[in-house]
Design a protein around this ligand. Structure first.
Ligand SMILES: C[S@@+](CC[C@H](N)C(=O)[O-])C[C@H]1O[C@@H](n2cnc3c(N)ncnc32)[C@H](O)[C@@H]1O
Length: 271
């Protein structure tokens, strides 16, 4: 695998790395990016599970580590509010951390840029309540080219409702250091689609996350993390792959899915 230097797309307002396959260095394997309700996660199934799990827990600490523009943190806040209403207070505020000052600017001003497909997914996961959480402005622009294609997305600025905005606490920090300060128990940690950026210190970061993950905590990673997060190769630092929730890891102690994971990966190569 060949990882490009950090690039910046000024129009898209994001920095990213491109990952190329070692045996075919001209072929883009993937590029990390973000959006609301990214489709590498079982949002309904996972949150139904978490809600049930924490039914009798007084406080749940939710972290979006490497949160980018807060698409992920807003998705979490919206789905919890949709499913639980006022009962969701114990999950808030969601702590959203990123080390890119520029990428955090819009959410600090209560703004999120959405593409049309974001709107469809938000309506899907909020029972058609996008308008409760977000208000369309008249400002739209085209994103930069996506990956090595000519595709661009039409992004429209939406203002985030004050009620939703106050459910998120935005912090500028390096996650490698911030992780030392997080709670020791009842943690819902989202550290997704960011492992490529940590190269070559993924194991050190995972080790720290492990220290903050008790048996009532969960670590969620992303679909783009398949090649760069040590967990996708082998259970490590006490983590186990959840048997039903995609990209979710816990401390249940099972290693059964090591075999399953290797099997799946080998299988995928045939497609
Ligand atoms: C592709 S986005 C992931 C957004 C979100 N987690 C998701 O899955 O949709 C990757 C983000 O990681 C952030 N990042 C990379 N290294 C970081 C670090 N050491 N500390 C904090 N943020 C970091 C980048 O600034 C970028 O915003």
């Amino acid at each position: 695998m060949i990882i490009s230097k950090l690039s910046y797309q000024p129009v898209f307002g994001t920095s990213y790395r491109k990952v190329y396959m070692s045996d075919k260095p001209h072929m883009l394997d993937h590029e990390s990016s973000t959006c609301c309700f990214k489709n590498d996660y079982l949002w309904n199934k996972s949150f139904d599970f978490f809600i049930d799990k924490y039914d009798n827990t007084e406080k749940v600490h939710v972290y979006s580590l490497a949160c980018s523009d807060c698409s992920e943190a807003l998705s979490i806040a919206m789905i919890l509010d949709t499913k639980l209403g006022n009962e969701s207070d114990k999950y808030f505020p969601i702590i959203a951390v990123d080390n890119d000052d520029i990428i955090l600017n819009k959410i600090r001003n209560g703004i999120i840029d959405l593409a049309p497909d974001d709107e469809v997914r938000i309506n899907h996961y909020t029972n058609n309540n996008l308008n409760k959480y977000l208000k369309r402005t008249g400002y739209s622009h085209l994103s930069g080219r996506i990956g090595d294609t000519d595709n661009q997305k039409l992004l429209t600025a939406f203002t985030v409702s004050p009620e939703l905005l106050k459910k998120i606490k935005v912090i500028i920090a390096d996650v490698n250091e911030y992780v030392d300060t997080i709670s020791d128990k009842n943690n819902l940690i989202f550290s997704r689609n960011m492992w490529v950026y940590l190269h070559p210190n993924q194991k050190a970061y995972l080790h720290k996350l492990s220290q903050k993950t008790d048996k009532n905590s969960y670590l969620s990673i992303g679909g783009y993390d398949e090649f760069m997060c040590p967990l996708t190769i082998k259970n490590m630092y006490g983590f186990s792959m959840h048997p039903e929730l995609l990209n979710v890891y816990d401390k249940s102690g099972s290693n059964y899915f090591d075999d399953m994971r290797t099997f799946n990966k080998v299988n995928m190569r045939d497609y």
